[in-house]
Design a binder for this molecule. Structure first.
Ligand code: ATP
Ligand code: MG
Length: 602
């Protein structure tokens, strides 16, 4: 067998593998320098003034009631990123105060996703670690006359609450004495009352312009077992109440949350003002007793705009509905905007981090283009993915002036711009697979690939001329016969002869059969949440978002590990599927095409 060396990839007719992002090769594994934004400025100012003793302690606090989505990635990058930049800490805290909706499967997936994005938490905590602390704090509020047990039903509470324009009315139970409140609250804990029979409410101001301050509920009764605490509790704290105390007992300095919590900040601050946790160690003694490292301080809440992407929905509730109704193949379906779906699709941690860093942190809500995220993954994979040959819609090409048993091994560079990727052997023989769309019997103007009587360069081989075609029973071309101009083989005098097109191929005899999944966007409109036309996001599912084809791969793709990414030359970036790929039954997902083709199609 002859061995021919090819220096690097030649240029192709269309879908050039060279994209603007290729300039990124030099910075392929470096992080973008810390982008400046208002929260970073607050941290810089706080450190300059000595606030929080110059410490930076953040947390990422997901509720384990679903899988994380790309929007959560923004919060993860911000919280962990600031801690990393300033030598601080960032905890992963499961906000597990709502046992009915939470599940260990979600807990595990969240841990995996945070680590996959490239971050390590300082401490892993659960809001449920603090149940005893929340309880003590509630008794303190009651003792101080700042909270009361209320017997109004949920509906009555709503009625009494008032509206944006009308003040609310005091609950008839608001003036209960401290002793009675303490007794009732203890009996709530002891399980004497049914779900919904009573709540513990803060006593703030029913006339406040901020509805969150109109005697908000602090505790509700739920006779539901909890994944961490089992049946120990039948009263569970409300989010606003639990969150600020959790932040304080973890010594969080900057509690970063999304804009919808801006109106909750007065309640966050009210609770912390009443409790003055740093000066009341008896309130958090249970943590010390449990051996949990505890540094208690006064946190500050800062809000930023949620990250939104077009052509998708990013609410756990809606994503959950897609999963439960079987409209996608699970939370990690490669079309899903979940982090686990993005991972399976072949998005890299770098691409997601870089996307959010470039998007920046502001207080203005906006929608980012999905194509920008795709640009980030192209940039990463262009620099970091090895090149391979694959044919996803095969047409047989026979080189009639080669002997039947002809076989050669060609040497191909694994990367056109980075010799460090090395080379590989690619078998070449008389019968090849090419892409069906690289041959046209009646070509449109400007078609530079194979046509009857025309010439094209076979990548790494030389120039072939189409001499004949065979047709199947239906009349469709099923085989093209070509002759190879031996003078144009690499190293031969005619190797530089110009033809307009270069196409890729696979030796039919050596080809590896594979399943290839071609994905497009899950939704076919930019804003699937827009229901002004009476349609919901479910009506906008893109019916062509998944296409499965039988493909032929070059043999070097046998034996690759799940999760390995490649550029299939001219076709796009692909990744061996994390779930279904087997070395003897390869399955590849298309992460992204080589160029943004969506705009053209839409
Ligand atoms: P969803 O509405 O999708 O259920 P959530 O806000 O209820 O999201 P949590 O588990 O409570 O989900 O979120 C954990 C953290 O991630 C919170 O601090 C939340 O503000 C943040 N977060 C959630 N979605 C986004 C987003 N799109 N952009 C930025 N941060 C987000
Ligand atoms: Mg939530």
């Amino acid at each position: 067998m002859a061995t021919v060396r090819i220096a690097a990839c030649g240029g192709y007719t269309r879908r050039s593998p060279l994209s603007p992002g290729s300039l990124a090769a030099a910075r392929m594994s470096t992080e973008p320098s810390s982008p400046h934004h208002f929260i970073r400025q607050i941290v810089l100012d706080d450190r300059a003034s000595g606030r929080h003793d110059g410490r930076v302690a953040t947390r990422f606090p997901p509720e384990p009631n679903g899988y994380l989505h790309l929007g959560h990635g923004k919060s993860i990058c911000l919280n962990f990123g600031l801690a990393r930049e300033f030598g601080g800490t960032c905890n992963l805290r499961f906000d597990d105060t709502n046992p009915a909706k939470e599940d260990l499967e979600y807990v595990e997936s969240i841990k995996r996703d945070v680590q996959w994005l490239g971050f390590a938490w300082s401490e892993l905590r659960h809001a449920s670690d603090y149940f005893e602390v929340f309880y003590r704090c509630a008794e303190k509020l009651i003792s101080d006359g700042k909270a009361f047990v209320c017997d109004l039903s949920a509906e009555e509470v709503r009625e009494f609450r008032g509206t944006l324009t009308q003040p609310g009315r005091n609950s008839p139970f608001r003036e209960r004495g401290v002793e009675e409140n303490l007794d009732l609250f203890r009996r709530m804990r002891a399980g004497e009352f049914a779900d919904g029979a009573k709540t513990l409410r803060a006593k703030i101001d029913m006339a406040s312009g901020n509805i969150n301050l109109r005697d908000p509920a602090l505790y509700r009764i739920r006779h539901v077992p909890h994944q961490n605490t089992g049946n120990a509790w039948c009263i569970y704290p409300m989010y606003d109440y639990a969150h600020c105390i959790s932040d304080a007992v973890e010594g969080i300095t900057h509690s970063l949350c999304t804009l919808e919590f801006e109106d909750h900040r007065p309640l966050y601050d009210w609770c912390l003002d009443q409790l003055d946790l740093p000066n009341h160690p008896e309130l958090w003694q249970p943590l010390v007793d449990a051996g949990l490292p505890t540094r208690v301080s006064r946190p500050q809440q800062i809000e930023f705009a949620r990250g939104n992407l077009d052509h998708t929905v990013m609410s756990k509730r809606k994503l959950m509905a897609l999963v439960q109704d079987g409209l996608v193949d699970g939370w990690d379906d490669p079309r899903m905007p979940t982090l686990s779906g993005a991972r399976r699709r072949g998005f890299t941690p770098w691409s997601i981090r870089t996307f959010w860093e470039r998007a920046g942190i502001t207080k203005q809500n906006s929608v980012l283009e999905y194509s920008v995220l795709e640009g980030c993954v192209r940039e990463d994979l262009d620099a970091n993915a090895a090149r391979r040959l694959a044919v996803i819609d095969p047409l047989k090409l026979v080189i009639t002036n080669l002997a039947d048993g002809h076989e050669e091994t060609l040497i191909f560079a694994n990367h056109p711009k980075n010799e460090g990727f090395g080379t590989r052997e690619v078998p070449f023989a008389r019968e090849l697979w090419i892409e069906r769309e690289d041959f046209m019997e009646v070509p449109p103007k400007g078609f530079h690939r194979l046509v009857p009587g025309g010439e094209v360069r076979l990548r790494g081989v030389g120039i072939v001329r189409c001499e004949a075609m065979l047709r199947d029973a239906a009349g469709a071309v099923c085989e093209v016969h070509c002759t190879l101009d031996h003078d144009t083989r690499p190293g031969k005098p005619g190797a530089e002869r110009k033809v307009k097109g270069t196409i890729h191929w696979i030796s039919a005899r050596h080809a590896l059969a594979a399943e290839v999944r071609l994905y497009e966007r899950l939704f076919d409109v930019a804003d699937p949440d827009d229901d002004s036309d009476g349609k919901t996001y479910r009506d906008h599912l893109n019916q062509n978002s998944k296409r499965v084809v039988r493909a032929w791969l070059e043999p070097s793709l046998g034996g690759v590990a799940a999760g390995t990414a490649f550029q299939f030359e001219r076709l796009g970036f692909f990744v061996a599927d994390l779930v279904d790929h087997r070395t003897d039954r390869p399955v590849f997902n298309r992460t992204v095409t080589l160029r943004d083709t969506w705009a053209k199609k839409a």
